[in-house]
Write a protein that binds this ligand. Structure first.
Ligand code: SF4
Length: 195
């Protein structure tokens, strides 16, 4: 069957092939490596961040460097390893100078993430940081208001949490993130029990 769009891709591998050496938005011109996403293709928990940063752009992997290390610690605190979850970003290429992605870039890249979510079909999506929370929940409240609560979109549980990088600059957010990851664990366990 001919693949006309992301929706025709029947696996993550097929989707990765479809994305290819994507030149569909302006971010292609300045990226080093496209950061598609990593993890278990059938993960029950999926993380969505904003965009690749410098280290991610160089390695092609999401959440490496200090923020990624802290994310690994947070996962460990709820008995999970990176290989058991899936991690992706809203845009797959680094915005120059770590600026926010432009609306047209988000819009152009969004069908890839949407198809990733459909194919993985996680029970729980944890958004990392303000930008991802606003995008997934389609709200504008500050992340400080959104975090700590459970939302539902398209039959999935959505748990907004701070971006792990926030704890690198403000140590008070470390404890908040640990608490919120324990909340993620509770939501995951409830979903597993079918509650
Ligand atoms: S950000 Fe998305 S749409 Fe833009 S070039 Fe990268 S993969 Fe393509």
């Amino acid at each position: 069957m001919a693949v006309d769009g992301p929706g025709d891709c029947s696996s993550l591998d097929a989707l990765r092939e479809h994305v290819g050496d994507c030149q569909r938005c302006a971010l292609a011109a300045t990226r080093n490596r496209l950061v598609f996403g990593v993890g278990d293709p059938h993960a029950r928990l999926m993380f969505i961040g904003e965009a690749p940063g410098k280290n991610e752009d160089l390695t092609g992997e999401p959440f490496v460097g200090a923020a990624g290390k802290f994310l690994d610690e947070l996962l460990d605190s709820i008995g999970l390893h990176r290989s058991q979850v899936y991690i992706a970003n809203m845009v797959k290429c680094r915005p120059p100078g770590n600026r926010d992605p432009e609306p047209i870039e988000l819009q152009t890249c969004a069908p890839f993430l949407a198809r990733q979510i459909e194919l993985i079909a996680p029970d729980v999506i944890a958004t990392l940081g303000r930008f991802a929370a606003h995008y997934v929940l389609q709200v504008t409240e500050p992340i400080t208001t959104l975090r700590g609560k459970l939302y539902h979109r398209d039959g999935r549980n959505i748990v907004p949490v701070f971006h792990p990088a926030a704890a690198l600059y403000d140590s008070s957010k470390r404890g908040v993130l640990l608490d919120d990851f324990h909340r993620i664990r509770v939501v995951l366990d409830r979903a597993e029990r079918g509650e």
